[in-house]
Design a protein around this ligand. Structure first.
Ligand SMILES: Nc1ncnc2c1ncn2[C@@H]1O[C@H](COP(=O)(O)OP(=O)(O)OP(=O)(O)O)[C@@H](O)[C@H]1O
Ligand SMILES: [Mg+2]
Length: 227
């Protein structure tokens, strides 16, 4: 599904150019559960911004289902992003003034779907993550783990091709982290949802079938690593 060949990425840092991704190659297939580990500042978020069609300012080849996306217009790329990707963040990023159901409906409303259809799908997605009974509450009324479940429902509600989770357990205690990872493992094994997860915590990567380590912009496939 995803094929990266020799991706290079530079940031301008004053006079100097910062070489953040160095000849990164990566293949992701349907149904993969991928872990990307590595130290702070090594380039993990930069890489997943490219993977998630948020950043097209790179060199190298990115093929998505066989199509090279490098020359896509901004519009075409945002359309692909809205349809193909679900995002999950460390701090959940739920809209506080909206109910949980309204938050989960958003990706469908962005796609122009009706309110009725969006609500039906939102309730289904909330049911899949085990919090359909929280649909009418506001994010603040939920625990951290429940808020992350709502964010996961929002990420899967539109049937994306893959989901990207950047430190999804970074704001959770260890017990809640285990529950969230258990949910990821279920979504991956039962519903065959493709997941790309960035994490510092190698203890939560047990369900991943591909494990990568980013070291100063160089991506290596590895079973284990020592920081
Ligand atoms: N917009 C930007 N402009 C300039 N430099 C940037 C920008 N974004 C990131 N960087 C730099 O690029 C490098 C990689 O950053 P990145 O955010 O990808 O790291 P990371 O592996 O996700 O780190 P963390 O684990 O702390 O989230 C860092 O040196 C960072 O300072
Ligand atoms: Mg990061």
């Amino acid at each position: 599904m995803i094929e990266l060949v020799k991706i290079n990425k530079f940031y301008n840092a004053g006079e100097n150019k910062l070489h953040v991704l160095k000849d990164v190659c990566l293949d992701i297939d349907n149904g993969d559960f991928v872990a990307i580990m590595g130290e702070s500042g090594s380039g993990k978020s930069t890489l997943i911004n490219i993977l998630g069609f948020l950043d097209k300012n790179f060199s190298g080849t990115y093929k998505f289902n066989g199509v090279e996306i490098g020359k896509f217009s901004d519009n075409k790329l945002s359309q692909l992003r809205n349809e193909a990707v679900g995002f999950i963040f460390q701090q959940f990023q739920l809209i506080q003034n909206y109910s949980i159901a309204e938050n989960v409906e958003l990706p469908l409303l962005y796609q122009g779907k009706s309110y009725k259809y969006a609500r039906e799908q939102a309730i289904k997605a909330l049911d899949m993550v085990g919090i359909a009974n929280q649909a009418d509450k506001r994010p603040k009324q939920l625990s951290g783990g429940q808020q992350q479940r709502a964010a996961i429902a929002r990420a899967i509600v539109h049937n994306p091709k893959f989901i990207i989770a950047d430190e999804p357990t970074g704001a959770l205690d260890s017990q809640t982290s285990r529950e969230i990872i258990q949910l990821f493992n279920e979504l991956n094994s039962k519903l065959k949802i493709t997941i790309i997860m960035v994490t510092h915590d190698k203890n939560i990567t047990y369900g991943c079938n591909k494990k990568y380590f980013m070291l100063d912009g160089v991506l290596q496939e590895r079973e284990n690593y020592e920081v």
